[in-house]
Design a protein around this ligand. Structure first.
Ligand code: FMN
Length: 196
């Protein structure tokens, strides 16, 4: 697959087939993505991959975070139970959840460099996965900012920044592309001929 074709055709995937992606394929994607640029060669990305039975505990702490954030407020017990079961099923039906995290540098400039490098890494994951027929959804759900969620999955939130959870699996449905803005609306040339 050509680079431009991969960039243009990749879509965020919301619906997945049941089938698991081979561990080897996933490992290759995560390994090759490390060619992302990163300042000081810190390679700041870390990955925790929830899959198989590991998804159960993950879904449970996600649910508890939603509850703390008032997601179920105002619903009676039965409706709350149904909503929770729906979310749980939804999460368990996604074959892989890759939590991407990094250590927080106390120096804000270095923190930003590390965050940028992790985002470059994530885009590499998205493109390499796409080339392998694997769909990804880059998510930044509110629980990633919930300290109690961090603690519940064993992270000291002062020390680690949870960047994203990448949902991964073979796409059941590929959404239509969303149009992009023509670049002349965003590219501002300063070549000495601009009007002051
Ligand atoms: C930092 C970041 C966070 C995102 N978080 C979410 C998310 O929480 N939920 C979601 O459905 N999509 C999320 N997306 C995916 C975007 O919605 C998606 O890229 C956009 O709609 C364009 O669609 P495309 O990727 O198919 O071109 C996120 C993307 C980025 C870069």
């Amino acid at each position: 697959m050509e680079l431009l074709e991969a960039i243009r055709s990749r879509r965020s995937i919301h619906e997945y087939k049941e089938e698991q992606v081979d561990q080897e394929v996933l490992e290759r994607i995560f390994a090759e993505s490390a060619w992302a640029p990163n300042h000081r060669m810190k390679e700041p990305w870390q990955i925790r991959l929830y899959q198989d039975k590991g998804k159960e505990a993950y879904a449970q702490v996600v649910m508890e975070s939603y509850q703390r954030q008032g997601f179920f407020d105002g619903y009676d017990e039965e409706k709350t139970k149904r909503l929770q079961e729906g979310i749980r099923e939804f999460l368990l039906n996604i074959p892989h959840h890759a939590l991407i995290y990094m250590e927080r540098d106390e120096d804000i400039r270095k923190y930003e460099e590390d965050y940028a490098a992790v985002c470059a890494y994530i885009q590499n994951v998205q493109l390499l996965a796409w080339k392998a027929g694997v769909g990804v959804l880059w998510t930044t759900s509110p629980y990633l900012h919930d300290e109690q969620f961090s603690e519940a999955i064993g992270f000291d939130s002062q020390r680690f920044k949870l960047v994203s959870v990448l949902q991964m699996g073979y796409p059941k449905r590929i959404p239509n592309p969303k149009v992009r803005t023509p670049i002349h609306q965003k590219l501002h040339l300063y070549d000495g001929n601009e009007k002051s």
